[in-house]
Design a protein around this ligand. Structure first.
Ligand code: ZN
Length: 128
């Protein structure tokens, strides 16, 4: 089973890293427009924002990591971190779940959404 899904912490880290590079590239482009001061300043500013944003995201990952649950992946046996009800292994992308009700179910991002959880609760109440 091939999944497009990947581990959340890894995904956020990738975004942060690409923002750093994007910021540097934007600033470099700004340097090419030295003759036009306002263009250079605009690019520098945008680049700076991207880099600041990535710093914020890195900080955020740090916060998330402390809340992430460490599990041993049943597939590759490595120690991985997961966020939310469903997540993927950092190493082999094996879908993992914290909820025994979802075990064996097809992997779906929707299990993490608040809306879905509420609907599920409603269904359970109706069954009672
Ligand atoms: Zn794994």
């Amino acid at each position: 089973m091939k999944l497009k899904y990947s581990n959340k912490i890894n995904k956020i880290r990738t975004v942060a890293l690409s923002l750093v590079f994007a910021g540097m590239i934007i600033m470099y482009i700004g340097l090419l427009f030295k003759e036009y001061e306002w263009v250079m300043v605009t690019f520098m500013f945008l680049g700076l924002i991207a880099i600041i944003l990535s710093t914020v995201i890195y900080f955020w990952i740090g916060m998330l990591s402390t809340r992430a649950v460490q599990v041993i992946c049943p597939e590759c046996g490595k120690n991985t971190k997961m966020l939310g009800r469903v997540d993927a292994c950092m190493f082999c992308k094996q879908p993992l779940t914290m909820d025994p009700n979802l075990e064996g179910e097809e992997f779906d991002e929707k299990y993490n959404s608040k809306k879905y959880q509420k609907e599920e609760e409603k269904n359970e109440q109706m069954n009672d």
